[in-house]
Design a protein around this ligand. Structure first.
Ligand code: ATP
Length: 304
């Protein structure tokens, strides 16, 4: 698949503190690429460098074959981490103003705005002043502003933060639909369940450096060990002694056994002690949320 954005060996320091180092990744047409990392890891700094809000000390950024200084900004949409719209402006005027900044035809922008206001549950709000909107509603308007001009590359910094669960679902659906229509999407988020549901590939950054980069499937194959959830009254010391069990979490009768990377599940099941009390048993891969915690914790431990 064609690369829309290529970030190569990006580095940025603030007052001699290296905030990001040697960051390289691509975003392809029609994919959702997640950029993940703990607070302060360098996600927004990476995004701000891509957007030309700040300049990298090292590395390069290419949009298709355009070098950084020639990137046609009207082909890019951006929802910044800092939300903000003009307050004394009506919703529709705000969106049309943003479309105009991107040289997008006003008539078409108005049609698209009506369509998206309806999709995001803001029907009838065109003439409402931006300052009268709730925080979540304002975020929806800003999201519409970031996609009104049909960008080829859409950069969303924490799009789900501050939204209620229903609105998060609506956003998720629209972001997915944009990717299905060919938009290349770079998305930063702390909501791992959302990321797991919609992203195709992910880039995880910790303390300014790459720690994971690949497709969701490859990352799960590499990092997502199995866990066994076993319901039944059992002595924790017996569970801990079962081969390949790295750690056990016990809550009443529910035991979660985290298994080591090298386990072969069918063999492991076969050798379980016959004395175990098993009312229910399931085997699953650990979630992206758990991978994130494992990797981020290991990194922080390593740096101490
Ligand atoms: N303008 C700046 N001047 C000095 N330091 C900065 C500046 N911008 C960011 N930093 C530092 O760079 C590091 C990375 O910040 P950044 O905002 O990129 O992290 P992030 O991964 O987006 O975090 P979060 O998840 O909390 O939003 C932090 O240590 C931050 O304090």
């Amino acid at each position: 698949m064609e690369n829309v954005l290529s970030v190569k060996n990006l580095g940025k320091s603030f007052k001699s503190k290296n905030v990001i180092q040697d960051i390289s990744f691509d975003v392809r047409k029609g994919e959702i690429m997640a950029i993940l990392g703990p607070n302060g890891a360098g996600k927004s700094t990476t995004i701000r460098n891509i957007m030309g809000i700040m300049y990298p000390d090292e590395g390069s950024i290419e949009f298709h074959n355009y070098a950084k200084n020639e990137i046609p900004r009207q082909k890019i949409g951006y929802l910044p981490e800092e939300r903000g719209l003009y307050k004394n402006v009506k919703v529709m005027d705000m969106i049309l103003y943003l479309a105009e900044l991107k040289d997008y035809p006003i008539k078409k922008a108005r049609e698209r705005a009506m369509e998206y206001l309806a999709k995001l549950g803001l029907e009838g709000k065109e003439k409402v002043s931006v300052e009268e909107l709730s925080k979540g509603m304002g975020q929806k308007v800003q999201f519409i502003g970031s996609i009104i001009h049909e960008p080829e590359l859409l950069i969303l910094d924490e799009p789900f933060s501050g939204l209620d669960p229903v609105s998060q679902e609506v956003f998720k659906k629209e972001i997915k639909a944009l990717a299905d229509n060919g938009t290349a999407i770079l998305l930063s988020s702390h909501q791992m369940n959302m990321v797991e549901e919609i992203c195709d590939r992910l880039f995880m950054i910790s303390q300014g450096r790459k720690v994971i980069y690949g497709s969701l499937e490859d990352v799960k194959n590499e990092y997502a060990n199995f866990k066994c959830t076993l319901r039944g009254k059992n002595d924790i010391s017996i569970l801990e002694r079962i081969p390949h069990v790295q750690r056990v979490e016990q809550k009443g009768e529910v035991n979660v056994l985290y298994l080591s990377q090298d386990v072969r599940v069918t063999e492991w099941l076969r050798q379980l002690p016959e004395s175990l009390n098993i009312q229910e048993l399931s085997i699953d891969r650990i979630s992206l949320h758990e991978i994130f915690i494992d990797v981020a914790t290991a990194q922080q431990g390593g740096a101490q």
